[in-house]
Design a protein. Structure first.
Length: 212
């Protein structure tokens, strides 16, 4: 149904996108620092469910519209890129906010609430929205048919990589809580680096063209 080379190329691009800390990763890290390993992994599960909702939406037709219309693709790409840059600038300016998360200044929630909040972050993650709507459809082999199934398969590959990567971030953060707590500067560095990478991602998305 889909060539191995095409699948591996998509997996490689997905990996490069996923390893760059974005809104979901920073949210997982914040949860890990504030509430520990279990909350972090529950948040990862919620993020993954939210991201796969986006995959289903693309498979049901959103991706086809984007793929066939240069105007829609360009508008979506530029709006998404601008929002990523905005989020990056905001993260850099507010890079000290993780300190409040570690100090536990917010209320602790149960597992279902944590899962739901992770889902909300995942389904609203602009980085994932842009990638699924503007990039994922380009890896579908339309001549092979079963376009929706191909998109669902590609989305599953993306989410499996995301689970591994985000869980790693969460586990590392949860096991280094005391090290981060020893220096507010270290906490600020996490937010600052994440912000700069989001800015770089936004500029990359803006410069990315179609594979026509």
């Amino acid at each position: 149904m889909m060539s191995t080379d095409r699948l591996l190329a998509f997996a490689a691009m997905s990996f490069l996108l996923i390893v760059v800390p974005g809104p979901s990763v920073l949210f997982v890290i914040g949860r890990a620092l504030a509430q520990g390993r279990r909350a972090a992994l529950t948040t990862v599960a919620g993020n993954t469910l939210g991201a796969y909702v986006l995959v289903v939406a693309v498979a049901l037709g959103v991706g086809t519209v984007v793929e066939r219309s240069v105007l829609v693709f360009t508008v979506l790409k530029l709006v998404g890129a601008a929002y990523l840059v905005y989020l990056g600038v905001k993260a850099v300016r507010q890079r000290g906010s993780l300190r409040a998360a570690f100090d536990g200044d917010g209320p602790r929630h149960g597992g279902l609430r944590t899962l739901w909040e992770g889902f909300a972050v995942g389904v609203a993650n602009p980085k994932t929205i842009v990638f699924f709507a503007a990039v994922l459809p380009q890896f579908v082999d339309r001549e092979q048919g079963y376009v929706a199934l191909q998109m669902l398969l590609l989305g599953l590959v993306f989410n499996l990589i995301a689970i591994a990567s985000d869980s790693t971030w969460g586990l590392i953060a949860s096991t280094t809580r005391s090290w981060f707590a020893g220096s507010p500067r270290r906490l600020s560095m996490v937010g600052g680096v994440g912000g700069l990478t989001m800015i770089g991602l936004g500029l990359t998305v803006a410069a990315t063209g179609r594979k026509d």
